[in-house]
Design a protein around this ligand. Structure first.
Ligand code: NAD
Ligand code: 44H
Length: 485
């Protein structure tokens, strides 16, 4: 079978976008949108991708950076199927191994935008980074060096400033990125002219993204390749739904990515979109998947078909999450119902284990604010969100280490637990203690949660009781029991 790159060729467009992150999400979202906009809207742009962490780029170069995005799902009550060969990626460069090539991109006359998705762990400041490092470790440090190179090369020209569009799911991602860059500028004592250029001619915009991307579909790849008639080792699978909310209405004309296949909303008020999406969609994922996995399920679609897990999700979403969303109730309910249809998508298998990655920072960002609002509004611990913390603790509880991960177990198999290594080391240390001590030790990590969760009245006892009951009758039976309370 021929490779996709033997059948398709890269389109030639000036590099308008620098992209930090080579992951599945950006390739099925931004690069896909650019590809469509080149065809439909005359965007005339290509993307230079930077791999922010160490790793090889040869899997991209072997295919001349070309790959297929396979969208599968329901739209307007009909089955939607699209196979699009994306040719908008001009190059993929490793910031670590090809530092000079990375810096040379700062001289590209046509460059206008910087997009990123480095996960919620990526936008951060590390005091150990030095200006002389080539490259420094964090994404914001690399970006600061890149911007400085551009400023120097173009002698501070006003029209060479860049617009940063981070897509990480952190709150106020644009501001967060700007703050990190400013911290590097100050720590590295970069010159006043650069500071002014950064302030006046560059901008950092908050954005919110929404599309379920499952990446390379290991289970169905043979059938997909047979259908396509070629081999594609970078194939990326996702749902048809797309939404990119960009917090700068003035960008609409410069970034014509809205098309018949991709939705972009330019608005001044991004926060309402963000709260609704992160609390309902991501919150539903994070509060459901760890317990559902321990109960024997593997994919989101299976959870939607399982009467017990489905009922637990209904009660979590409609009784506990939706009432905390600061939007008219009908709107939040309608959004939740649409999310359910996306979770039910029979064509895209979203693995619970994929969603389990980094559950500590996810529970903090995606569930804790809802938990606290619900507690404040009702004066009671929300039953399901309390249970979700216990499910997280049950999923993480193991003393067995693997390579850069922990090894957990459920009846019938073991599984890998991936999170920050220092967090996993602490969990492993505490896991062998008595249940109440294990719960308190994790809850007391204010540096993980932003506060000491064991200080919340009754929370530690309630979570301990859930863990005891799960151990006694099994996770599935415990969930079933809770649905009847
Ligand atoms: N997959 C989805 O459905 C989806 C949808 C919306 C948003 N997202 C967001 O996109 C992010 C990536 O998802 P993905 O599916 O592309 O995963 P992926 O594993 O395919 O890619 C992860 C990317 O993040 C980079 N990265 C990871 N840790 C980093 C760090 N500490 N510093 C710098 N770069 C780092 C990697 O180099 C890679 O480019 C997720 O965190 C999620 O918040 C994903
Ligand atoms: O991609 P992650 O690992 O940060 O989170 C898992 C899912 O909750 C997430 O990918 C959603 O599917 C996505 O945010 C939908 O837009």
């Amino acid at each position: 079978m021929k490779n996709v790159s033997e059948l398709y060729q890269k389109t030639q467009h000036p590099v308008r976008i620098l992209q930090f992150g080579e992951g599945n999400f950006l390739r099925a979202f931004v690069d896909y949108a650019v590809d469509v906009a080149n065809e439909e809207n005359g965007f005339d742009g290509s993307v230079a991708v930077i791999m922010p962490r160490s790793g090889k780029t040869d899997r991209f170069s072997k295919q001349d950076d070309i790959y297929t995005v396979c969208l599968r799902g329901q739209q307007d009550g009909k089955v939607y199927k699209e196979n699009r060969v994306v040719t908008s990626v001009k190059t993929v460069i490793s910031a670590c191994d090809e530092y000079d090539a990375f810096m040379a991109l700062a001289h590209e006359d046509s460059l206008e935008f910087v997009v990123s998705n480095t996960t919620e762990a990526g936008i951060t400041f590390d005091e150990k980074d030095a200006f002389t490092d080539c490259p420094p470790t964090t994404f914001p440090a690399k970006l600061t060096k890149f911007l400085y190179e551009r400023y120097t090369f173009y002698k501070g020209a006003a029209d060479k400033g860049l617009t940063m569009l981070p897509t990480e799911l952190n709150d106020n991602n644009g501001k967060l990125l700007r703050d990190c860059v400013n911290q590097y500028v100050n720590t590295w004592k970069l010159n006043e002219g650069f500071k002014i250029w950064l302030d006046q001619h560059c901008s950092f915009v908050d954005t919110l993204v929404d599309r379920i991307v499952v990446g390379y579909p290991k289970d169905s790849i043979d059938a997909l390749q047979a259908e396509l008639g070629y081999e594609d080792n970078l194939l990326d699978q996702a749902e048809p739904f797309s939404l990119w909310v960009i917090g700068a209405p003035a960008l609409a004309s410069r970034l014509p990515l809205n098309s018949s296949k991709f939705n972009v909303e330019f608005t001044d008020s991004i926060q309402a979109f963000k709260e609704q999406k992160v609390r309902i969609l991501n919150g539903a994922h994070t509060s459901m998947v760890l317990g559902a996995y321990l109960a024997g399920l593997d994919y989101v679609g299976q959870c939607m078909e399982d009467p017990i897990i489905r009922k637990s999700l209904d009660q979590t979403v409609f009784d506990e999450i939706v009432p905390t969303v600061h939007l008219p109730k009908e709107k939040a309910v309608a959004f939740a119902k649409a999310v359910y249809e996306r979770f039910e998508n029979p064509f895209v298998k979203h693995a619970l284990l994929a969603i389990s990655l980094n559950s500590i920072s996810k529970w903090k960002a995606r569930v804790l604010p809802t938990f606290k609002d619900s507690l404040a509004a009702t004066g009671k611990l929300p039953k399901w969100l309390t249970y979700s913390f216990a499910a997280f603790l049950a999923f993480y509880r193991t003393t067995q280490a693997g390579e850069h991960c922990l090894i957990g177990s459920r009846p019938g198999n073991t599984y890998e637990i991936h999170d920050d290594e220092d967090k996993l080391a602490f969990v492993k240390e505490q896991a062998g203690k008595g249940t109440a001590d294990y719960v308190k030790a994790i809850m007391a990590r204010s540096d993980w949660w932003g506060e000491d969760l064991s200080a919340i009245d009754g929370f530690a006892d309630a979570v301990t009781a859930h863990l005891d009951r799960m151990a006694e009758i099994g996770v599935k039976a415990h969930i079933a029991e809770l649905t009847k309370e």
